[in-house]
Design a binder for this molecule. Structure first.
Ligand SMILES: Cc1cc2nc3c(=O)[nH]c(=O)nc-3n(C[C@H](O)[C@H](O)[C@H](O)COP(=O)(O)O)c2cc1C
Ligand code: SF4
Ligand code: SF4
Length: 273
């Protein structure tokens, strides 16, 4: 096992891209998809440094990431960091992570938020990031990664207040307290439209195993949780998957495009499970 282990969760490749960049930059680093471990009671690590990389979902850390953290035995670990990729809102992900670590007698030594393209096409003001926008974000990312690489390598503490968000949420500190409660009752509805050709891609990339293609149509199984990774909607080659998202009246996914990170193939996403 590597000296540094990075556990990642990625629906459309943004977080995977960051994990791969750090693996390239920091010697003796191993990147590991965390979804594979979710059926285990307990996950062991013997690494001295452990990191977590994941997207922001509804201003929080994704549920599977928190589930994984609960299972991870961190006894041998000396340094812990987390990196959240997001489109740009404020979030409470590091509070979530630290709450779990505290129960294990650990702290989150360093955390960083990185702004990337949005993979959530359900809103009216959404557009698929252009090549220029992705290139511009990449320049910023690389300079942030220079700093992050140095901090991790030297096992420094870096717990800076987030000032790099691009979308401020008014009264966020109050809202954030209610988010975990609210999110339990909020769900979107996925469906496939007449463009579906029954190719099975959505089942292949579905990180939670919720989608099963039956009679050449995807079925979102009621008894299987959804990880909200949005791999299904973004990797469907026909753009046939739509999202109804109350209280929005219009289904904006019917007119919006889709996004996945240019370096992330659907194989890269599917191999996480
Ligand atoms: C269900 C869902 C909710 C999201 N919520 C937020 C959010 O609250 N704030 C934000 O900045 N980005 C949000 N995003 C955007 C993603 O965090 C961002 O695009 C991320 O980099 C995707 O990473 P991935 O490709 O590794 O999954 C959301 C995306 C999805 C699919
Ligand atoms: S990926 Fe798209 S086209 Fe293929 S089965 Fe799923 S919904 Fe249908
Ligand atoms: S149903 Fe779609 S969003 Fe939910 S876990 Fe599967 S691929 Fe991800």
């Amino acid at each position: 096992m590597g000296e540094i282990e990075i556990y990642y969760f990625s629906g459309t490749g943004n977080s995977l891209h960051i994990a791969k960049e750090l693996e390239k930059r920091i010697p003796d680093t191993k990147i590991i998809p965390l979804v594979k471990f979710l059926n285990q009671e307990m996950v062991e690590t013997s690494a001295k440094t452990v990191g977590f990389i994941f997207p922001i979902h509804m201003a929080m850390s994704p549920v599977p990431v928190r589930k994984f953290l609960e299972k991870l035995n961190l006894k041998s670990v000396e340094y812990i960091f987390a990196i959240a990729t997001r489109v740009g809102t404020q979030h409470r992900a590091f509070v979530d992570v630290e709450d779990i670590l505290k129960k294990k007698g650990k702290v989150l030594d360093s955390f960083f938020s990185l702004n990337m393209a949005s993979n959530d096409p359900k809103f009216d003001d959404w557009h698929e990031a252009t090549e220029e926008e992705i290139a511009h974000l990449e320049v910023e990312l690389q300079s942030n990664l220079d700093l992050i690489q140095e901090i991790i390598t030297n096992k420094e503490k870096s717990r800076k207040k987030d000032t790099t968000f691009t979308r401020e949420m008014p009264a966020f500190s109050i809202i954030s307290v209610f988010l975990p409660f609210f999110s339990r009752f909020y769900s979107v509805k996925f469906y496939s439209d007449s463009k579906c050709v029954g190719c099975g891609t959505c089942e292949k990339v579905c990180l939670s195993g919720k989608i099963k293609v039956v009679n050449e149509k995807p079925l979102w199984q009621k008894d299987v949780p959804c990880f909200s990774c949005y791999a299904c909607i973004n990797y469907c080659p026909q753009q046939a998957i739509q999202i109804k998202s109350p209280p929005l009246v219009k289904t904006y996914t019917e007119v919006n495009g889709r996004y996945s990170h240019p370096y992330a193939t659907l194989k890269d996403i599917a191999m996480q499970k």
